[in-house]
Design a protein around this ligand. Structure first.
Ligand SMILES: Nc1ncnc2c1ncn2[C@@H]1O[C@H](COP(=O)(O)OP(=O)(O)OP(=O)(O)O)[C@@H](O)[C@H]1O
Length: 592
């Protein structure tokens, strides 16, 4: 008993959720209230057209055929033709208007979703596969779009048609109405049985699509790695498993939803036979039913099951759109990256940075950084060294406010980070990362990404300072060379030089440099080092160093191990101390 109750409670909670999602989705449509009212009126018009036709035909049969009435039939014919033309025209206009409203609604939904994605914090992206997120922006939104285009009209017009037909049927013959309506409970029972199975299958299908897309995205972008490690077979096997999960879910969803029209057809034919039989009997034995009324009922019975059928079909589409909308809204409702209340825009011109008792973990209860404190004065170069996984990148992630420390406070120019807006912190910084990310676009656009207002002259100036101008000039299209995201047209070293130019143009107060570990040819390496040295002049710089000979001149070297700061000082001081750093230097010298 307890289990049954629990199940019902879950069903009810799910229904409330779905209802909430529908209400939220309809707000996007109701944004264009006037057009929606127009659509409503047009639906009313087309319903009158479809319901009025059989009524006129039935009356005509009784008057002109059964009762042999004489006189002109033209007004009736004109009425019928006008009804049918009016119905077609209103149907066409309502469709046109609905597509317009639906596409506008989808446009807003997609924009809001993309906005949300831009505002979500990095930890959100850490936990999700990028392909799966992309599937929400494309597949789920498409699914919603398809539903809004057609389902809304069908649902409203079906409900209206059902209401009008029922009223007219009761007025014409209560007995035949009861017989016609007998079909409804049967329909509901079969639809309920089917949708109970299709709902979860549609949900499962969309989940499987997202999962598969994520996997495809991952393997396409990591194709080099797949080949390098000869993982093709494993990748194929994993793909097949995911693809087969999708196949099974889609099969189940389609199989059951495809059964709906067939079941409806069967019930429809049964109802037709009953009306004809009972109606015929009533017409022959009594006076309450005429031949015209039987014709009207036969037609209405057909018209009655069609909207029910449509409702059942649309219910499935609606369910999958709701599943999509739930996933889209879930992203929109994720907590956004936001500046703290009362945070102010500040101009950070000096570049003094202080970490005070900072502790941080990526996961609850984990400590990746343990109680770190240091101060970098304006213009200082601070280098982080330590074994892999020691927490060097994490420290710079905290400075960039991609993550929030759980304990302690970070100050820039003596202002705590949470007292200034995220924008002011990041505006003051530029990052030159190990694997420079370049966007699809021209070299000029990629450099200008550092500061969008920069002029063409400033772009060239930055490229010159970054030692990139020389190689750019040699490219056939120069600054207008279009780069694709994984462009192999330019080397890794040249990508680094472009990212240095991008940092130059940003004119940052604070620089964060993650030294490239991949092998870059000696000449480009010299260009990079020279450009970086130039970039660091007059700026507070944090360098994640992999080769110790590049940081000998640093004002402060911080040695991290397992998230702890175990040593700090200048190169000379640390070598003299004969600790962990001195050991590292010795080992690296021995290797080289
Ligand atoms: N986004 C993340 N989510 C969870 N754990 C993470 C994340 N990024 C890093 N870590 C973990 O935090 C620890 C410190 O990583 P971090 O990248 O800061 O080290 P690092 O010193 O920069 O290493 P490397 O020299 O290899 O780049 C590692 O154990 C790493 O696995």
């Amino acid at each position: 008993m307890a289990i049954v109750n629990h199940g019902r409670a879950t069903d009810r909670a799910e229904l409330t959720d779905q209802w909430g999602t529908i209400k939220r989705l309809s707000r996007y449509l109701l944004h264009e209230r006037k057009k929606m009212i127009g659509i409503g009126l047009l639906i009313l018009g087309s319903t009158i057209g479809s319901v009025g036709g059989p009524l006129l035909i039935g009356f005509a049969i009784d008057d002109w055929i059964v009762n042999q009435q004489t006189g002109t039939i033209w007004p009736l014919l004109v009425g019928l033709v006008s009804l049918f033309i009016g119905q077609s025209v209103t149907l066409w206009i309502q469709q046109f208007l609905m597509i317009d409203v639906a596409q506008n609604a989808i446009f807003r939904l997609r924009t809001e979703l993309f906005h949300a994605l831009q505002q979500l914090p990095i930890p959100f992206y850490d936990k999700r596969r990028h392909g799966e997120l992309m599937s929400r922006v494309t597949n789920d939104v498409d699914q919603i779009s398809n539903t809004l285009n057609s389902a809304v009209i069908q649902i409203v017009s079906s409900v209206l048609t059902l209401g009008t037909i029922t009223a007219l049927m009761i007025w014409l013959s209560p007995t035949l109405t009861v017989i016609t309506l007998m079909i409804i409970p049967l329909m509901f029972l079969s639809i309920k049985w089917i949708t109970k199975r299709t709902g979860p299958s549609f949900k499962e299908t969309q989940k499987a699509v997202g999962d598969l897309n994520g996997y495809i995205e991952e393997t396409v972008s990591g194709q080099k790695l797949v080949k390098a490690f000869s993982q093709e077979e494993r990748v194929l096997a994993e793909f097949e498993e995911k693809s087969s999960r999708l196949k099974k879910a889609a099969y189940r969803a389609q199989l059951f939803s495809g059964a709906i029209p067939k079941v409806m057809n069967l019930l429809n034919n049964g109802s037709f036979a009953l009306i004809a039989g009972v109606g015929g009997y009533l017409a022959l034995t009594g006076t309450q039913v005429t031949v015209g009324v039987i014709v009207i009922f036969v037609e209405y019975a057909r018209q009655f099951t069609r909207p029910l059928n449509d409702l059942a079909n649309q219910f499935n589409t609606l369910l999958s759109a709701i599943a999509g909308a739930e996933r889209v809204f879930a992203i929109m409702d994720e907590p956004k990256e936001a500046s703290k209340d009362g945070a102010k825009d500040v101009d950070l011109t000096r570049g003094k940075v202080e970490f005070k008792d900072i502790s941080f973990g990526y996961e609850e209860g984990e400590r990746t950084i343990k109680d770190i404190s240091f101060t970098a004065n304006p213009g200082d170069t601070v280098a982080f060294v330590g074994p892999t996984g020691a927490g060097k990148t994490t420290v710079t992630n905290l400075l960039g406010r991609f993550y929030e420390p759980q304990e302690g406070q970070i100050f820039i120019d003596d202002i705590p980070l949470d007292k200034m807006t995220l924008h002011s912190t990041r505006q003051a910084m530029a990052f030159v990362l190990q694997d420079p990310f370049l966007f699809e676009g021209t070299i000029r656009e990629n450099i200008r990404y550092g500061r969008l207002q920069a002029s063409d002259e400033e772009v060239i100036e930055a490229a010159k300072l970054a030692n990139a101008h020389r190689f750019i000039k040699k490219l056939p299209r120069g600054y207008d060379t279009v780069l694709s995201q994984d462009d192999s047209g330019i080397s890794q070293g040249q990508r680094q030089l472009l990212s240095i130019a991008r940092a130059f143009i940003a004119k940052p107060t604070i620089l964060i440099l993650d030294e490239a570990t991949s092998s870059i040819d000696t000449i480009t390496e010299i260009y990079i080092q020279e450009a970086l040295k130039r970039l660091m002049v007059g700026r507070t710089s944090f360098v994640i160093a992999h080769r110790l000979n590049t940081i000998r001149q640093a004002d402060q070297i911080i040695v991290l191990k397992d998230g702890e700061m175990i040593e700090s000082g200048t190169h000379t001081e640390l070598v003299r101390r004969r600790g962990f750093y001195a050991d590292l230097v010795e080992k690296q010298t021995a290797i080289s």
